[in-house]
Structures are given as C-alpha cells and as structure tokens.
Design a protein around this ligand. Structure first.
Ligand code: ATP
Ligand code: MG
Length: 265
C-alpha cells in the first residue's frame, strides 16, 4: 500500500538493524506509533536513539529490516517520507544574522507556501517569540533558539515530527514552554516521536514510552502500563517537600518567554 489510511500507524518499524563497523547499534527494533500520538524514545547515551531517528527521517540507511513513516517506506519512498516529516535541528538551519521572523518567512518561501508572513507570525505567537521576532537570532538565548528551531520545522504543518532531545540544555521554564508547544501540536493531530534523557519529560509529554536498550525496544507502553511492570506500590507516608524545580519556578517566577533571560535577581 502506498498511502496512509486512517488506521495505519504513522510510524511502523520492523526488525530494524544498523551497525557502524563492528558496533551493532540497532539489533532488531520493532515500534508502532499511532497517528496523533506523542511517543518518547528513552535510552542511555549511545543506545541508538539518534540513529533510529535518522533512519526514520531518511538521513541514514538501515542495514536490515523495514520502516515506514506516514505510510511510506523509508528506503523505496524516501522523497514521500521527507514530505511527511520534519526533524528539528537537522533540516532547520537557523540563520544568525536574520531575525526569527525572517528565518520563518524564508523557510515558508522555500517551501512555496502561500502567505509566508502570516505563517511566520502564527508560529512566533505559538512559541512565545512575537516580541523577539524582530531581533537577529544572534541575540537569542538557548531556549529561544530551540523554540525557533522547532517553529521552523513546523512550517508547512508536517503530519509527523521527530524531536531529538528537544529540551536538552534548556532551563525549567523554557522546557515547560517547549512541552506546551509539543502538546498543542499533538492536540492538533501531529504525530510526535521524541527522544529524551529526561524521565520527567517522558512522563509529562508522552502517550507512550518506548525504551531502547541493547539494540532493541525492550519496553513499550503507556506510563500506567510501565508502572504495572513493577510490584504493587507500598503505601508509605512522607512529608511532601517541594522539588528543586518547584523552588526554581517559584523564585524565578513564570515570567514571559522574552523577558526571562534577564537579570535573575
Ligand atoms: N557515524 C557514526 N560512526 C560510528 N559510530 C557511530 C556513528 N554514529 C553513532 N555512532 C555510535 O553508535 C552508538 C549509538 O549512537 P546514537 O547517537 O544513535 O545514540 P543515542 O542514543 O542518540 O545517544 P545520546 O543519548 O548520547 O544522544 C554510539 O555508540 C555512537 O558512538
Ligand atoms: Mg542522540
């Protein structure tokens, strides 16, 4: 079948394998992602998360197995896969000299979309970058750049997006903003496969969590399903202390995205 149907998985992976020389990174990965879901791919450093994402986005060829994205085979229908996806940080090349708004308009023009300015303004708004939109990207903080990077990957509304560690290096407030944007995407029907090192990110965002370990997906399910893998919880009484994140957010305050990079006092 060459086109996706409503019930077909957005991403389907079967027995996928990949080695770099003698290093067998993927040893038979199986994964299904339903349309509109957010799936978090967890794994230690070097587990092969980026490798899997690169294969699914047709940047890298697998050695064996099969994968389809948006109903298209990643090997024989790579061009159609590329039309159905976006991958942050890889395809989106942010130009430092241009403003955030100009970067977005440029991508929309390159993709021959009608009304690039309206597209840019809507995305700036969505990622709390409206005020910063007229400034050169060279003046942006790390969190602002990351949000612009994700915004750029969304120009043209691709139905499936890959986010490889979307919040690594961001402060807690910026992470929450990225999470909010990702949740809105999925609410709008976009399928999201993200990799993360942060377990709380997976808990907060993902409908399903897949753990990549020693070349295979060893666990795949909802958070509730994953928790059932452990023995029933023991009931203990503890005094609830605020987490460091609670303290950080309370002290710093939920200031707007464009002003939070100032003096922390
Ligand atoms: N081009 C390459 N050539 C050789 N080895 C590679 C190459 N790319 C990745 N590797 C190795 O493959 C393994 C998996 O790398 P990959 O980047 O997919 O892991 P990851 O799960 O994304 O890790 P991280 O959490 O650090 O991002 C690592 O051991 C890495 O060193
Ligand atoms: Mg990686």
């Amino acid at each position: 079948m060459s086109t996706a149907t409503m019930s077909a998985p957005a991403i389907s992976v079967r027995e996928l394998s990949k080695s770099y020389g003698d290093l067998q990174v993927l040893r038979g990965v199986d994964l299904d992602v339903t349309p509109g879901a957010i799936v978090a791919l967890l794994g230690s450093n070097g587990a092969g998360k980026t490798t899997l994402v690169r294969i699914l986005s047709t940047v890298l060829a697998a050695d064996g197995g099969a994968a389809s994205v948006g109903g298209f085979d990643v090997t024989s229908q790579a061009a159609q896969v590329r039309e159905a996806i976006s991958l942050t940080g890889q395809f989106a090349a942010v130009d430092e000299i241009l403003t955030g708004r100009e970067n977005l308009i440029l991508i929309a023009r390159l993709r021959h979309l009608p009304d690039p300015r309206a597209i840019a303004d809507a995305l700036l708004e969505k990622f709390s970058l409206t005020d910063a939109g007229g400034r050169p990207v060279a003046t942006y903080s790390g969190g602002m750049r990351r949000r612009l990077d994700i915004a750029m990957s969304l120009v043209g509304n691709p139905p499936i997006i890959f986010l490889d560690e979307p919040t690594t290096g961001l402060d807690p407030q910026a992470r929450i903003e990225v999470w909010q944007a990702v949740k809105e995407l999925a609410a709008g029907g976009t399928t999201v496969l993200l990799t993360t090192q942060y377990l709380d990110e997976a808990e907060q965002l993902a409908d399903r969590i897949a753990i990549l370990h020693e070349g295979r997906i060893i666990v795949d399910g909802t958070l509730a399903e994953l928790k059932r893998l452990l023995p029933p919880a023991e009931v203990v009484y503890v005094e609830k202390q605020p987490t460091l994140e609670d303290v950080f957010l309370a002290v710093v305050g939920h200031t707007s995205a464009t002003t939070k990079d100032g003096d922390p006092s």
